[in-house]
Design a protein around this ligand. Structure first.
Ligand code: AMP
Length: 282
């Protein structure tokens, strides 16, 4: 396994790989890897000769008050996990190599970034699309794999790839969960054991929504009300940012789950940690 830290060198290596006809897969991450991330690498390995995993805690997708400095990091463990999974290249650029001091060019997907996470974190997606566009330019992948865990991010990035004519197959892989249903997330490490139990409030609420839909209840106002009470029952101090029912492609709100392909997503503050999760309902 090769670790590359320089943007220039990464560009040179990916150009050579492309010229020699290798199929390149890209898995962008912010590190502190768990089985969810590794599932993306495995998925890419199935379809590619070489998988490049990137580890970069991207400053432009964090607002000044967010957890950029506190974001968990463990490069040594990450490298061991990627190696064990079979990833061949790890790209770990420095922030000032990605963003030169006079950096001033951003990529913005306009409509899809206005709702859900974009409403709560207005500058977030501009940072995500900008850094992923850069990683596409540097690593020249044939395919790139993203997690359903960040459902809106995947939709936004697919739109960006289409709009900017990147010849890249965009794959969205399912959310990997702990045995009890908690979606794996690097941020789960902020919790002690009892807080971690309370973090289950998101998944429990989503399961309730799915059960209601299966039982024939499809009005989202009713489902949302029930989900709110499940969240509060599991984590009494939880602060719900949003519980949304949206069309899986346009991200526009739906009032009845049967009408369109609906994804229910929610963001909840659990003991000062903001968690997100989602589930397809129809
Ligand atoms: P992050 O390191 O949080 O930026 O995530 C990097 C990639 O891993 C993104 O495409 C995420 O959607 C994906 N990811 C994060 N958590 C999970 C999970 N539990 N299951 C599957 N993919 C995930």
């Amino acid at each position: 396994m090769k670790t590359i830290r320089s943007v220039r060198f990464m560009q040179r290596v990916s150009r050579q790989l492309a010229t020699s006809g290798k199929k390149i897969g890209l898995v962008p991450t912010m590190g502190y890897l768990h089985d969810g991330h590794l599932s993306l690498i495995k998925r890419a390995l199935k379809q590619c000769d070489i998988v490049i995993t990137t580890i970069f805690v991207n400053p432009t997708q964090f607002a000044p008050h967010e957890d950029l400095d506190a974001y968990p990091r463990d490069e040594r463990k990450d490298l061991a996990k990627i190696k064990e999974t079979g990833g061949q290249i790890v790209f770990i650029p420095k922030a000032d190599d990605i963003y030169q001091p006079d950096f001033q060019t951003y990529v913005l997907v306009e409509k899809l970034t206005k709702t859900l996470e974009g409403e709560a974190r207005p500058t977030h997606f501009r940072g995500v699309t900008t850094v992923v566009a850069k990683l596409f330019n540097i690593c020249r992948p044939d395919i790139s794999v993203f997690g359903m865990k960040d459902f809106q991010q995947a939709v936004v990035l697919k739109q960006m790839a289409r709009d900017l004519n990147y010849p890249i197959k965009m794959i969205v892989a399912p959310t990997v969960r702990e045995k009890d249903g908690l979606a794996m997330s690097s941020r789960n490490k902020y919790f002690n054991e009892s807080q971690r139990q309370e973090a289950l409030c998101l998944y429990r609420a989503l399961k309730t929504a799915r059960e209601m839909v299966r039982a024939g209840m499809t009005k989202t106002t009713k489902i949302r009300r029930e989900m709110r009470s499940v969240v509060q029952a599991t984590c009494p101090t939880a602060k719900i940012d949003y519980i949304a029912f949206t069309d899986s492609k346009t991200l526009q709100p739906v009032s009845d789950v049967t009408v369109q392909k609906t994804v229910c997503s929610l963001a909840v503050w659990v003991h000062n940690v903001r968690l997100i999760d989602n589930l397809k309902l129809s």
